[in-house]
Design a protein around this ligand. Structure first.
Ligand SMILES: *Cc1c(COP(=O)(O)O)cnc(C)c1O
Length: 411
């Protein structure tokens, strides 16, 4: 009986041993970095590291072309630029994502349109997207949140019907598959981030896959990340036909990326095992809605997020989170602070200081309550860290602690 007293109330803690940790960077990264410096240039076009990183990435993803960028946010902007998204175009995306998903939309003076999510998988569906399609819709940015793939077949079918470009935000979904196909290779472009919090890190950085395999499409995508300079083997075309930012990756990032990419398979496989075990271990606990993995999907668990069924519990989400933390299980109530459209940038329709452009091109619905499932997810979610360095015991302790807290607060 005594074991069931919450640690929060002075009972024994579930987690008595420290969580597994490990080193992300080692001698492989150091060797690559030293080689980069010895080239006497850190510019991607003169060196070999970014080129090698791209080649390795293309081989891993079995794509013909990709473009390296300075961040995931940049990768998404590059994909939108290459897709020809411009003034007043509407781009449908998820309200639960990193703000990097929408930054490029607004820099193109296009309009982010938010669609509601499945309450348990936290992903966008073709049905929810179709409700938001207008004559102005030009693209969809699907977000494979936490490494869980969106149900892509119906989304691609919808995109074909309405002639929309599909950009996959894969910042959290390295090596995730949908029906055996890698996310990032299903839509027209796949965008990745190598910021320091992702499965692999180059400090900051990103990648765009050009899935058409078309050379012109590749050159346009490449130029959009390089101030519209069109660099080929030994020629550089410098005609500035339209606006393109400088989002180049440096040789230092490329060098670290080469070494990190070699670890990616191990990292994702281990996260899939650990996340899958957690998923299974909490599947039948009263008051807990486990994260629903999309059918025929393989999840690389950038994090694990469950939601609470508060009608079956006597506590608030914050009390649950605190009780779980007291048991020795670090967790966060929710994910981003609020759905993106609740942020002042949308509530004030202010993409640029001192301007309401491009929001004043039309009338857009950013009202609170417009994506009720998404809002409810953020109000009831408990987010748990998953690390490839965690041990099996760490996951078992997480399951025991969640079960202990849920049963204590069970109605
Ligand atoms: C991290 C992230 C981004 C942005 O990537 P940065 O490299 O930080 O710019 C975009 N979308 C999602 C879903 C992310 O998790």
């Amino acid at each position: 009986m005594g074991d069931n007293i919450l640690a929060l109330h002075g009972g024994p803690k579930v987690k008595m041993t420290p969580f597994g940790t490990g080193k992300r960077f080692g001698s492989d990264e150091a060797k690559e970095l030293l080689e980069a410096l010895e080239q006497n240039t850190l510019f991607y076009h003169f060196g070999s590291k970014v080129k090698q990183f791209l080649q390795d990435f293309n081989d891993l993803y079995n794509v013909k072309y990709s473009v390296a960028t300075s961040s995931g946010t940049a990768a998404l902007h590059v994909a939108l630029g290459a897709a020809g998204i411009s003034v007043g175009d509407e781009v449908i995306t998820s309200p639960i994502t990193d703000q990097g998903t929408v930054v490029g939309i607004l820099y193109q003076n296009a309009i982010p349109i938010f669609t509601d999510l499945d309450p348990y998988s936290y992903t966008m569906s073709a049905e929810s997207i179709e409700e938001k399609i207008t004559a102005k819709t030009k693209a969809i940015i699907v977000v494979h949140l936490a490494g869980n793939p969106c149900d892509m077949d119906p989304i691609m079918k919808l995109a074909k019907k309405y002639n929309l470009r599909v950009i996959e935000d894969c910042a959290q979904s390295y090596l995730t598959t949908y029906k055996g196909q890698l996310t990032g290779t299903i839509g027209h472009y796949g965008c990745f981030s190598t910021n320091d919090f992702k499965h692999i890190s180059t400090g900051d950085g990103g990648m765009v896959t050009v899935n058409s395999g078309d050379e012109t499409d590749y050159f346009t995508t490449h130029a959009f990340a390089d101030k519209n300079y069109r660099r080929q083997e030994d020629t550089v075309m410098k005609d500035l036909e339209y606006l393109a930012p400088n989002y180049r990756m440096t040789e230092l990032q490329g060098a670290v990326g080469i070494a990190q990419l070699k670890k990616l398979n191990w990292i994702c496989t281990r996260r899939n095992e650990l996340g899958g075990r957690l998923q299974q271990g909490i599947a039948t606990i009263k008051g807990i809605n486990p994260m629903k993995i999309t059918g025929e999907g393989w999840c690389s668990y950038w994090f694990y997020m469950l939601t609470l069924n508060l009608e079956q519990l006597t506590c608030t989400r914050e009390e649950f989170s605190e009780a779980l933390a007291a048991e020795g299980i670090p967790n966060q109530p929710g994910y981003i602070p609020k759905v993106l459209y609740a942020q002042p940038i949308f509530q004030k329709e202010q993409a640029y200081l001192n301007s309401h452009y491009p929001f004043n091109l039309g009338s857009y619905d950013y009202s609170i309550g417009s994506c009720p499932n998404a809002e409810n997810i953020l109000e009831t979610a408990i987010r748990l860290n998953i690390s490839e360095f965690y041990t099996d015991q760490d996951i078992e302790d997480m399951i025991i602690a969640i079960s202990k807290v849920a049963s204590y607060y069970s109605k």
